[in-house]
Design a binder for this molecule. Structure first.
Ligand code: ZN
Length: 97
């Protein structure tokens, strides 16, 4: 079986954060005390910032998916830099001729 490429696994682009909110129930502890906290993923879609609340069990997989994205992005950026360097080298060589 061929090794799975990084890009075949789930990826996420965003930020893992803690979402705090007051539910609005007057008898709830959050009305006077600390707001409810839940893990959330903030991300941008179509130029708009969005928040997706997560269950505690989703956090590890989301964290892993974010990591995968960062790694793939770094590899992609490195490849793009290499491409740019190659293009520049070719121009430099052309100019010397
Ligand atoms: Zn509440």
């Amino acid at each position: 079986m061929p090794a799975r490429r990084t890009t075949d696994e789930p990826m996420l682009h965003g930020t893992l954060t803690t979402f705090r909110r007051r539910c609005g129930k007057p008898n709830c502890r959050c009305a006077t005390g600390d707001p409810h906290e839940s893990p959330a993923l903030t991300y941008t879609e179509g130029g708009r910032g969005k928040t997706l609340t997560l269950s505690a069990t989703e956090v590890p997989e989301v964290r892993a998916a974010l990591k995968r994205y960062a790694k793939a992005k770094a590899e992609l950026d490195a490849a793009a830099n290499k491409g740019l360097a190659a293009l520049r080298r070719r121009r430099g060589a052309g100019r010397r001729r």
